[in-house]
Design a protein around this ligand. Structure first.
Ligand SMILES: O=C(O)c1ccc(O)c(O)c1
Ligand SMILES: [Mg+2]
Length: 610
């Protein structure tokens, strides 16, 4: 199927939008009138530019407030339309979108609307063009797709059809089943958009909060199935009005958009991609730092031992139980792509650069990632290195697909040489979860990426108050919880470089682990006494328990499955650790406690987020 994107979905000049759409692999575009008006290029130059980029112009839009108006007004509208058909001829576009009128002059009269749209179609036909009539969810008299279709049917003109837009249909709560009864050849165009389920004015919802399919709460795939069942064979076109995408760089947004369409096509059986290979665990987390000492001290206090060193690079492996942390003091630095999202401010210091994910089929995982437009990283960094499959996540984090315990496959551990060390007993067993603060413009993209590329399940988004802003957090996990990644973002754009990341370590005794950490010279994040007074009010805890938590800065939460106790270390660069004890299947991440933690970190002068 052909894929298309409306220029309104991307930021920048028309030229930038077209270039981004083409690079991401779209076949065509809808040209939004304002983008054309603001362009210094003539319509012929735009046509040529699109041709050079391999893009067809699938739609020109919108034409507004045409139908169901008094005859003198309609005569003016026809003259206006003729001008636009002339323009479209110069552009080489043959389909125009007419959205249902919002004009106070429009009357509630389907017969008149049909007659006037038929007249418009007659003129369009003389220009060799077609009119696609779309119901805006806030149209004055026509606001549902079935109503727009009845008018098109009544007008009965070969150059008049309907445009279906998933946002308007699903936001109105219309039943998309009825689409099956439309003749496919009368659906002239299909626009696809998703949106988070918000209770708000539908026009505002549409103009500010649309997102790409799979990023919101609508069943866009269900709607698409109905449309395809009619025999519709026009383009699948994304039309997304979104405040964030208007500010984000067009290139990455266009890639996000194409990925969304690929996944949508896959879900309705219209595209076959390599199957998802769900990761089965966390092999390692890699931190880069200009100075290993502070991290070494922190890891040592957490009970980690330096067990091996990379044969060719200044990378040390620290291990405790199944938790493995790589400390890289090489010149590579943090992934370059983070720079683009942080307003160009160079990022240096200590941060998380890579994640190793255990994969039942590393090569298969990389093939799917590549098919879904993730940048594939070179398999071998140096001639002597083991070849490893790796891709970059939207925030630049490198994801390695590992087969740590599979002897027949390349193993990342063979690049490491054992060091002499003494293993210390500790209550730390493995990595419980990773919390990665996403660049502001890439949050929805990140959730879709982790879901579609890695096959993880996305949990509900939660809002967390920070003293200096609001954070949104969404976890992606595998079925047994052995891979949990919490994606976090600030609510406001920032050119700050506070991309905090944290690594949560699972322990079966957080009190013992916290004590051990402190005795080994580690600093636990102090939590205000008010928090513990509140805990005492909310939960039935013994005085002794409370006193212990208060002493160590341990936070407490409970869900229907079990109890969660957790505490935080001091921060190095942008990285800190959390010790977590999940009892009897607690599923969350202590979101209830996050505001207190964030405030405590601000007070301690540490970074925020994560
Ligand atoms: O918000 C609007 O005005 C608008 C314009 C054109 C469309 O196709 C649409 O869905 C909405
Ligand atoms: Mg639309």
């Amino acid at each position: 199927m052909r894929t298309s994107i409306a220029t309104v979905s991307l930021s920048g000049s028309l030229t930038e939008k077209l270039t981004a759409a083409s690079r991401a692999g779209f076949d065509g575009v809808e040209i939004f009138e304002n983008d054309l008006l603001a362009s210094p290029l003539t319509p012929e130059e735009i046509r040529d530019r699109c041709a050079d980029l391999g893009l067809s112009i699938d739609l020109y839009q919108p034409m507004r407030d045409i139908e169901a108006v008094p005859s003198d007004e309609f005569a003016r509208n026809l003259r206006r339309a003729e001008r636009k058909f002339q323009l479209m001829r110069r552009l080489g576009a043959d389909t125009v979108l007419v959205c249902s009128s919002v004009s106070p002059l429009a009357v509630d009269d389907d017969v008149l609307a049909a007659r006037q749209l038929r007249q418009l179609a007659e003129v369009a036909q003389q220009f060799g063009m077609r009119v696609a009539y779309e119901a805006l969810a806030w149209g004055r008299h026509v606001s549902t797709y079935d109503h727009a279709w009845r008018i098109v049917e009544r007008a009965d003109h070969p150059a008049l059809g309907t445009c279906l837009d998933s946002f308007h249909i699903l936001a109105r709560g219309s039943d998309p089943k009825g689409i099956q009864d439309l003749p496919g050849e009368k659906i002239f165009f299909l626009q696809l958009a998703d949106a988070p389920l918000l209770a708000m004015d539908v026009l505002q919802w549409s103009r500010h909060h649309r997102c790409f399919p799979g990023q919101g709460g609508f069943d866009v795939a269900g709607l698409l199935r109905h449309v395809l069942s009619t025999g519709y064979d026009g383009p699948l076109s994304l039309e997304v009005f979104n405040d964030v995408f208007r500010q984000a760089e067009a290139g990455p947004t266009a890639v996000d958009a194409r990925r969304s369409l690929l996944v949508l096509q896959e879900s309705v059986g219209a595209a076959s991609l390599p199957a998802p290979v769900v990761p089965t665990g966390v092999a390692f987390a890699e931190l880069v730092t200009p100075d290993a000492q502070p991290l070494a001290a922190l890891l040592g206090a957490l009970g980690f031992a330096r067990t091996a060193r990379h044969r060719g690079k200044p990378v040390d492996l620290w291990q405790q139980g199944e938790a493995r942390i790589l400390v890289n003091t090489g010149p590579s630095g943090l992934p370059h792509s983070r720079l683009r999202s942080s307003g160009g401010t160079p990022i240096d210091g200590t941060g998380l650069a890579a994640l190793g994910l255990e994969s039942p089929d590393p090569a298969g995982a990389a093939r799917r990632a590549e098919a879904l437009l993730a940048p594939v990283l070179p398999r071998r960094r140096a001639p002597q290195d083991v070849p490893l499959d790796a891709v970059a996540a939207p925030d630049g984090t490198e994801l390695f697909f590992c087969a740590t315990d599979r002897l027949e496959l390349p193993n990342w551990l063979t690049d490491f040489e054992d060091l002499e060390h003494t293993r210390e007993a500790s209550n730390v067993h493995r990595i419980d979860h990773l919390a990665l603060t996403q660049p502001w413009h890439h949050f929805d993209e990140a959730a879709l990426f982790h879901r579609s590329v890695l096959g993880l399940q996305a949990q509900q988004s939660v809002d967390v108050a920070d003293p200096y802003g609001l954070l949104r957090s969404r976890a992606v996990t595998n079925a047994d919880g052995s891979v949990r990644i919490a994606l976090t973002v600030g609510a406001a754009p920032t050119d700050d470089t506070v991309h905090a990341q944290h690594i949560a370590l699972a322990t079966d005794d957080v009190v013992a682990a916290a004590r051990r950490f402190r005795e080994a010279g580690g600093h636990l994040l102090p939590i205000p006494g008010n928090y513990y007074d509140d805990l005492a009010a909310r939960f039935d805890l013994t005085e002794e328990e409370l006193a212990t938590y208060r002493e160590l800065g341990i936070l407490y939460d409970r869900d229907e499955h079990g109890v969660f106790r957790h505490c935080y270390t001091h921060t190095v660069g942008r990285v800190f650790f959390e010790l977590v004890q999940r009892d009897t299947g607690y599923r969350g991440y202590g979101a209830q406690n996050a505001p207190v933690r964030l405030a405590a970190q601000h007070a301690a002068g540490g970074v925020t987020g994560g």
